[in-house]
Ligand binder design. Sequence first.
Ligand code: PMV
Length: 321
Amino acid sequence: MLRYNGSMKPPLARGEAPGKIILFGEHAVVYGRPAIAAPVTQVRARAEIFPAATCTVEAVDLHRRVEVARAPADDPFARMVRLVCQALDVPLPPWRIVVTSEIPIAAGLGSGAAISAAIGRAMLAAFAADMPLAELSALVYEVEKLHHGTPSGIDNTVVVYERPVWFVRGQPPEPFAVARPIHLLIADTGIPSPTKIAVGDVRRAWEQDPARLEALFDKVGDIARQARAAIEAGDIAALGPLMDANQALLAQMGVSSPELDRLIQAARRAGALGAKLSGAGRGGNMIALVTEETAAQVAMALRAASARRVLSTTIGPANPS
Ligand code: PMV
């Protein structure tokens, strides 16, 4: 991580954005069904802007340095910088934009969207410009298209709005009330899983047998609707079986994996109320619904089942995340 070392001037501006998890509805959301997602504020992407001779983006953790004027059209960092400049109708500024992120990459936690949002926020701060959240989200969505061709828009929405959302593709996000805190553990298989591959495989399965996949998506949509009602009513216990049912449908879509299954089983055996993969699947992260009483034992079981990292997060009124 690049740190201010005294010889550098302090940044002109900073921006940041959180990670995210999908509680219900991944993949089906690409096909118009509703999904529920929430920010994970414990892990964040950050961007800092320093004066420089040319406009560059440096991703310290990725060992990447991109000169925006020379970067190819499909470079995600350069794309975000250009999109913000176009939206504000300004030329490329002479800035060094330094990006760092604690959000694991290709792990279903929305790292790409969070980095774009952090760059956007830092640039807006440096230009002293205001932009409605919907517009910033739309710019991040344009960059998301580089990661996979048909993003639903859920990642950019959650990381830009930074609140739990009920999301239907093509519609404005609906914030909704979380009546009681939802305690979750997020465990990483350690296996990178680019969203593009899982989304492409589901697309091929849908092309081969649209009726089967549409039926799975419909069931996922029903689960998301029931989950929203349970969250609004504070009926947290009802969410466990709904997560398990959603996981079974994701496995039928072909996006689970032995590593995800192992963590999911370990969490359930250790007392989680429910567990499922979160994000694109195949690798990346799973989530387990726990209580304050069961959190420690489930976390221990996840580590014993080879989880690379276990995060704890709470969604809800007690600790809005
Ligand atoms: O892997 P992630 O966090 O980018 O999750 C993508 C979620 C999908 O529903 C699989 C794709 C999408 O665009 O919504």
